[in-house]
Design a binder for this molecule. Structure first.
Ligand SMILES: [Cu+2]
Length: 167
């Protein structure tokens, strides 16, 4: 019986990661493969630049700086993933991990022990306090429908989204 359960867990785990690979948003890039560096500034509530032209297969290093007065996220995903991610961010607000202009990292660590989603460590996103900088190295496959967006509650809704054209 326990073998069957173990098998089922493994099966669902594998199919979940398979689904992730099929998201076709690309994947975490390697430092040695960087083709281009793009500097991005985050303000309240928009990105500069707010659109990116990328060639399929390119590895980009995004150097992101938050020049706003609020916490912002730079998250490479598609619309469906952003929508799915938003309740996690709302939960971080409810738990007072994510405040308007700061992130309670101690609390984040504690909560992450109970709920992995609260760790907010995804290779496709950086969450930055005002004046903070962060990097993402991302390899864009022949990805489609990519959106770079901020899922701090309310920000996506007011249009904190950057367009990504891959060709
Ligand atoms: Cu934001």
């Amino acid at each position: 019986m326990s073998r069957i359960i173990a098998f089922l867990i493994l099966f669902f785990y594998c199919s979940a990661s398979y689904a992730d690979k099929n998201m076709k948003i690309g994947f975490k890039g390697k430092e040695s493969d960087i083709n281009r560096v793009i500097k991005v500034k985050m303000y309240d509530n928009y990105y500069e630049p707010n659109s990116f032209q990328i060639k399929a297969g390119e590895t980009i290093k995004f150097e992101v700086e938050n020049l706003g007065e609020l916490v912002h996220e730079f998250n490479i995903a598609n619309k469906m993933m952003h929508i799915k991610h938003q309740p996690e961010m709302e939960k971080m607000v409810e738990n007072e991990i994510l405040l308007a202009d700061s992130i309670d990292k101690e609390k984040m660590k504690k909560m992450a022990k109970m709920d992995k989603a609260m760790a907010h460590s995804h290779s496709n996103s950086v969450l930055l306090e005002p004046k903070q900088k962060g990097n993402i190295i991302w390899k864009f496959d022949n990805a489609v429908n990519i959106e770079i967006a901020c899922n701090v509650p309310g920000h996506y809704q007011v249009g904190m989204i950057a367009k990504v054209d891959i060709n």
